[in-house]
Design a binder for this molecule. Structure first.
Ligand SMILES: Cc1cc2nc3c(=O)[nH]c(=O)nc-3n(C[C@H](O)[C@H](O)[C@H](O)COP(=O)(O)O)c2cc1C
Length: 341
């Protein structure tokens, strides 16, 4: 297996990328995943039309820092003219890649003809891509799709071919249909079909939650890169785990202490990047803190308490409690055996 892939000249390590996730994979999240080895990250989706009307919040979503590179900025939209103009604006932020979202299942997005609705309108999808490619110049444009709209419209391979002909530099494929949203199991067969249909790199996505899952995704689909979404919740370590799996090295999962150290680092990063007061920024940090508190006796209760955090000092206290709970559970297991309750 080669160590790198190239997307329109952008070199990316062949380990795993972090998926774009609106409301989750913000700059702090991406930076944490990068620190643990994410090979490539993508911004939260940004409305092409919104950016054209110079929505300030939208622009802030496009900011790319050197620590995050290589990084893609993702746009959604269904009007070629707005897409072209949005690409021109986004280029000011110097992203390594511009990605177009043609997979979002959310009614608000689909209702505008964008996201996965474009899977039902392949010609318009091609026009949107062509407009973006033309406006992007030397910056590669990639497209993220699903396996289709529903079981009656499983057209990912056909769509990928058309997008390749429109100038797309790579295709990311999430192996679910739109009507599945995030339920059921991602279909690796469709990822393999897309891989066979095009000559550009294919990024396989869906349900990769461990190093083993990642190797299976590479092995079963022949994809060029794997992309991880929810498997990174409270678990930026997954990128280290995947690196080890790809290199055939032994992976040592984080101890409770390391988990909490990283959780606190993540919370500090959120606080430092936020313009809000500590209390308000802690509201944003709550869910991220809770995600780190998984596994073991008593964790659910601590997770629940994360949702009322109002200060960093409280997060430190919870982290201490988590560590002592885990350590006493370990001692209990050691003294009374694996099956002890
Ligand atoms: C909370 C959340 C937000 C998401 N936002 C986006 C988005 O902005 N753009 C996009 O292309 N996909 C988005 N997705 C889909 C993910 O990128 C990914 O395709 C999906 O979660 C499947 O991968 P996974 O099984 O590894 O999570 C989102 C998914 C989740 C759970």
């Amino acid at each position: 297996m080669s160590e790198y892939i190239s997307i329109g000249g952008v070199r990316i390590a062949r380990t795993a990328a972090l998926a774009p996730m609106a409301g989750v994979a913000d700059r702090a999240y991406r930076m944490m995943c990068k620190r643990f080895g994410a090979a490539y990250v993508v911004s939260e989706m940004v409305s092409a039309k919104g950016i054209c009307y110079s929505d300030r919040k939208t622009s802030s979503l496009c900011t790319v820092t050197d620590e995050e590179r290589p990084m893609g900025v993702q746009l959604f939209g269904s009007e070629p003219e707005f897409m072209a103009k949005a690409v021109e604006i986004v280029l000011r932020y110097e992203p390594d890649i511009i990605d177009i979202n043609m997979g979002c299942p959310v009614p608000k997005v689909v209702g505008t003809g964008a996201g996965s609705r474009l899977m039902q309108n392949v010609d318009l999808a091609a026009s949107v891509t062509e407009a973006a490619v033309k406006a992007a110049g030397a910056t590669p444009v990639t497209v993220k799709i699903r396996s289709g709209w529903d079981q009656l419209c499983l057209n990912a391979a056909e769509m990928a071919k058309k997008l390749e002909a429109s100038g797309a530099a790579a295709i990311t494929i999430h192996g679910r249909t739109r009507d599945m949203f995030y339920s059921g199991k991602a279909d690796r067969g469709v990822i393999s079909d897309v891989r066979k249909a095009v000559n550009i790199p294919v990024i396989g996505n869906g349900d990769v939650c461990s190093g083993e899952d990642c190797l299976e995704m590479y092995g079963e689909t022949g994809c060029d890169l794997v992309m991880v979404g929810r498997g990174s919740y409270g678990n930026p370590f997954i990128f280290r785990e995947i690196e080890c799996a790809v290199e055939g090295a032994k992976y040592t999962p984080p101890t409770a202490e390391e988990k909490m150290k990283v959780m606190l680092e993540h919370v500090r990063l959120i606080l430092s990047l936020s313009a809000k007061s500590e209390e308000l920024a802690m509201h944003e940090a709550r869910k991220y803190a809770a995600w780190y508190m998984s596994g073991g006796y008593g964790a659910a209760k601590l997770r629940g308490r994360c949702y009322s955090l109002t200060s960093y000092a409280q997060a430190e206290e919870l982290a201490k409690e988590f560590v002592s709970l885990r350590n006493s559970a370990e001692r209990h297991k050691y003294e009374f055996g694996q099956n002890a309750q």
